[in-house]
Design a protein around this ligand. Structure first.
Ligand code: NOJ
Length: 554
């Protein structure tokens, strides 16, 4: 795809937040767009270049907003469309783009389309959903939330038929083989782009494209054609809009969602495999699993990008690890049953999984920003927020942002029992973990995050360049380099509590080249292309090759 104005997503810093839990601007206990607008400068100062809004649409809220009743609206609890547009304008003024969740695999069962569809076989919306007299033998397989659902098909008394629901039974799947539905989805995209969004995080992409069991499945066009059409539409309307897809599949299968070699489908895909291998590396204190994933990760199309992440709003899914590997991660980071969910993941955030070990936590975020791809942060990661296991299910990691050590962590002046979600209690609660105490503290995690973001933006090689995992003989250390346009950055990360020393060969260097340490400062000459480097406990180093006469301005 060459008809794009700007490849801003290549080295963006994406920050995911839920308006509902970010900042309460009107004091009613629920976060809102007016509150968020007051916090845009905080995100700007951190270096965030793109905000990803979790669903903000009208919803009965039985899946935290991923169950939508109006794709063209704003949930009144979060404000008005006017408030949203004011926020978009403010973000744009600070040079921050905004993308939002596009959840069109399904609707809420309260959506007027579904209510109409079930009311009669003659409803104009009947064929907007997937109906069967009885669940078909050739239908899709695999239940996403096995603790709560037993089937993908639910009988609807009023309709007198079964409908397909990939997720909860209150989320009937839209029938994307119906051209009228496709047209409507395109209108949804066009609408939000026109209002000022710069793209979408596309929910559950493989399920959206799935047509197993659809009537007349043999005659249907290639489902990827649909994704190509969406991308082409967006490119026509607004060349720099992105589609960032949730595709949690093995690498070769994920690659298909980037489209052809020019990348004519999703602009970005999350690197779910790399993320899961990262946790295996952490559990084993060995760089090998992550190194292998990086070596196996296919090269994305030229203008596309992998999105890297440590945590997101869902469970930390470990579904692509073997049973034994998953158990290793459970044993290390979530041994209690209450921490585990769906048999495949952990409802925890990173700092508590690492017992608050700051060296280790810093190392993981250094890794995130130095890995090839575009880093995506989940709100609160920058200050080291943890989960509240007292909150049910995946919502354990979706508690209010901790701004200060005041009432409700500075999130809202309302009564604690009026809050849209309870504040974290205990060791990682606002008394110890909050923005105000970290913002001017040079040694805080927030300051570390800002430094990493700054360095990441100063090193376009990391996002744009070719990368290579470097071989050496310390199993605990991941060493990789990225090269682009004559620039070279080398990053080293020690997964172990034991300090380590590695000797690396760096090919292609000149005798006068030096390596400048982008984090600690100082530089060392490179002799014969070989270097011996030391790392402390869970240490990390970023090094840039400087040619004779070049200066690095920190
Ligand atoms: C994926 C989202 O990330 C998750 O939170 C949601 O429950 C499902 N899709 C259903 O929309």
């Amino acid at each position: 795809m060459s008809h794009t104005a700007d490849l801003w997503w290549k080295n963006a810093v994406i920050y995911c937040l839920d308006v509902e839990t970010f900042f309460d601007g009107d004091g009613d206990g629920c976060g809102d767009f007016r509150g968020l607008a007051q916090r845009v400068d905080y995100l700007d100062e951190m270096g965030v270049t793109c905000i990803w809004l979790m669903p903000f649409y009208p919803t009965p809220d039985r899946d935290d907003g991923y169950d939508i009743t109006d794709f063209y609206g704003v949930d009144p609890r979060l404000g008005t469309k006017g408030d949203l547009v004011e926020f978009l304008r403010l973000a744009r003024d600070r040079g921050i783009r905004v993308i939002a969740d596009l959840v069109v695999n399904h609707t809420s069962n309260q959506h007027p389309w579904f209510q109409s569809a079930r009311s009669s076989p003659d409803s104009p919306h009947r064929d907007w959903y997937v109906w069967r007299d009885k669940p078909p033998a050739d239908g899709p397989e695999g239940i996403v939330f096995p603790d709560q659902e037993k089937s993908l098909w639910e009988y609807d008394e009023k309709a007198g038929q079964y409908y397909l629901h990939r997720f909860y039974k209150h989320q009937p799947d839209l029938n994307v083989t119906n051209p009228v539905v496709r047209d409507e989805i395109v209108r949804v995209l066009g609408y939000w782009i026109h209002l000022g969004l710069s793209g979408f995080r596309v929910d559950a992409v493989p399920f959206l494209l799935e047509t197993d069991g659809a009537l007349g499945a043999d005659d249907l066009p290639d489902p990827h054609r649909y994704l190509r059409d969406l991308r082409a539409f967006l490119s026509r309307r607004y060349g720099e809009a992105v589609l960032l897809g949730e595709v949690n599949l093995p690498y070769p299968d994920t690659m298909r969602f980037f489209g052809d070699e020019d990348g004519d489908e999703l602009t970005m895909c999350f690197d779910f495999i790399g993320m899961q291998q990262l946790y295996l590396s952490l559990a084993r204190e060995s760089a090998a699993p992550l190194a292998k994933a990086l070596e196996e990760r296919p090269i994305e199309p030229k203008d596309a990008q992998w999105a890297t992440f440590v945590r997101n709003h869902d469970e930390l899914t470990l579904d692509k690890l073997s049973d034994d590997e998953r158990q290793e991660v459970f044993d290390a980071f979530g041994p209690e049953k209450n921490m585990q969910v769906y048999g495949r993941g952990l409802r925890r955030r990173l700092p508590s999984m690492l017992d608050g070990d700051m060296d280790r936590i810093r190392m993981v975020y250094s890794l995130l920003f130095s890995l090839p791809g575009t880093p995506v942060l989940f709100y609160g990661e920058e200050i080291g927020m943890a989960e509240e296991l007292g909150v049910e299910g995946r919502n354990a990691v979706r508690t209010p942002m901790q701004w200060s050590d005041d009432h409700n962590g500075g999130f809202s002046p309302a009564d604690p029992d009026q809050l849209s979600a309870p504040v974290v209690r205990g060791e990682f609660g606002p008394a110890n973990v909050n923005v105000v105490s970290q913002v001017r503290a040079p040694d805080s995690l927030l300051s570390w995050m800002k430094l990493l973001i700054r360095r990441y933006r100063q090193c376009p090689e990391l996002a744009w360049g070719r990368y290579q995992v470097l071989t050496h003989d310390a199993d605990t250390v991941l060493a990789h380099r990225a090269d682009q346009d004559g620039g070279t950055v080398v990053a080293l990360h020690n997964f172990a509590a034991e300090p380590a020393e590695v000797t690396l060969r760096l090919d292609g260097l000149e005798p006068d080249d030096r390596l400048v340490d982008l984090i600690a400062g100082g530089s060392t000459p490179v002799e014969d292309g070989r270097m011996t480097l030391r790392l402390g406990r869970y240490g990390c180093r970023w090094l840039r090759v400087l040619k004779r006469g070049e200066v690095f301005v920190p």
